[in-house]
Design a protein around this ligand. Structure first.
Ligand code: DAH
Length: 341
């Protein structure tokens, strides 16, 4: 019986080879060097110009049909079936699947949060639509402060305690102080809104990360140490920081933090405008008025706070020159950051 089976298999193989040969003969007869279709193409060169268009079209069609038919016959033979082309070919390569990339702002925000998580900071959240108290009042902004101006802030309602889009993430520190048990050590990421004309350096929507640490005996030295650690983790071990005196209503004393320029190494270039320094954040010791406004005894507790723009950190890290690129969804720009995290 084995013999008979093997013989049959051989016969089938031979049949297949025979059929393949037949198809090849058809191909040569039609499309070979001296095939009929090829000859028609030769003849086509001599037809009158006014006939070229029409004849050219049908001649091309003939070639396509002949080629397709031959391919179809070959497929039929190699699959051994009678159904023609298989519609479900598991041997074909799969469809290309484009994997997306993380947005540079998400990457940078995750990096900032990861650095502070290592230092023991938890993550706190708050609403984007806020009231005047949490954005300004509790943060020691006097009633006439220009930040409350319609020119700077998007108001949703006016009146006694207006509702508005938060202009900074400092509102989350107020919510943290109101609700969390002391000591508090949090970082607060979020989207913020300002009534700004959109340009390469400003946008009406951007992202910040706020930090807050409140405990007994927290000093300015602790703030400086936290900021230095952050700068080193973010921009590399060789980075230096400097603190410039500044003013914020909610901190006293207040400072602006600069890092040594990572492009020129502090020598001075067009990115750092020749100064060798790049501003990365604002910070300071939480004003006792701010602690008291949220019910924290400022005689027992002290703390520091800081706030930074995520777009700015990402710009400095990757030398992005135009803020608008972050919002344009241009895949060529977004792909540049694929390997970063
Ligand atoms: N809220 C400030 C801003 O949007 C940034 C800031 C500065 C936050 C100093 C702070 C701080 O917590 O201490 O410009």
């Amino acid at each position: 019986m084995k013999d008979r089976i093997e013989k049959l298999l051989e016969e089938i193989q031979e049949l297949k080879a025979q059929k393949e040969q037949e198809v090849e003969e058809i191909r040569i007869r039609l499309l070979g060097k001296k095939g009929v279709v090829t000859q028609l193409f030769d003849e086509f060169r001599t037809v009158l110009p006014e006939q070229k268009r029409e004849l050219g079209q049908i001649l091309n069609k003939l070639k396509v049909v002949a080629t397709e038919k031959i391919d179809e016959l070959r497929d039929m033979i190699s699959e051994g079936g009678s159904t023609g082309k298989s519609e479900f070919d598991l041997t074909k390569p799969g469809d290309k699947f484009e994997l997306g990339a993380k947005h540079p702002i998400s990457i940078t925000r995750s990096e900032i949060l990861a650095i502070f998580n290592k230092l023991g900071y938890a993550i706190a959240d708050g609403p984007e639509i806020e009231d005047d108290w949490h954005v300004f009042g509790a943060l020691n902004f006097p009633p006439e402060h220009p930040a409350r101006d319609m020119q700077d802030t998007f108001f949703i309602s006016t009146g006694e305690n207006p509702v508005l889009l938060r202009t900074h993430t400092s509102s989350i520190q107020v919510r943290a102080m109101e609700t969390m048990k002391l000591p508090i050590r949090v970082v607060c990421p979020g989207r913020v809104f300002r009534n700004e004309a959109i340009s390469a350096r400003a946008h009406c929507i951007f992202h910040q990360v706020e930090g807050l640490y409140i405990d007994k005996d927290v000093s300015f030295a602790d703030l400086k140490q936290a900021v230095l650690l952050f700068a080193k983790e973010m921009f590399g071990d060789n980075v230096q920081i400097r603190l410039r005196p500044s003013y914020f209503p909610f901190t006293e004393p207040s400072a602006e933090v600069d890092v040594s320029c990572n492009i020129c190494g502090g020598k001075g270039c067009n990115i750092c405008k020749g100064t060798g320094w790049l501003e990365i954040m604002g910070c300071g010791m939480v004003d006792p008025n701010v602690l008291e406004a949220s019910g924290i005894d400022s005689k027992v507790y002290s703390g520091f706070a800081f706030g930074m723009g995520v777009e700015r950190i990402a710009m400095l890290k990757w030398q992005v020159r135009d803020l608008r690129l972050y919002f344009e969804n241009d895949i060529r720009f977004l792909k540049e950051f694929q390997t970063s995290v």
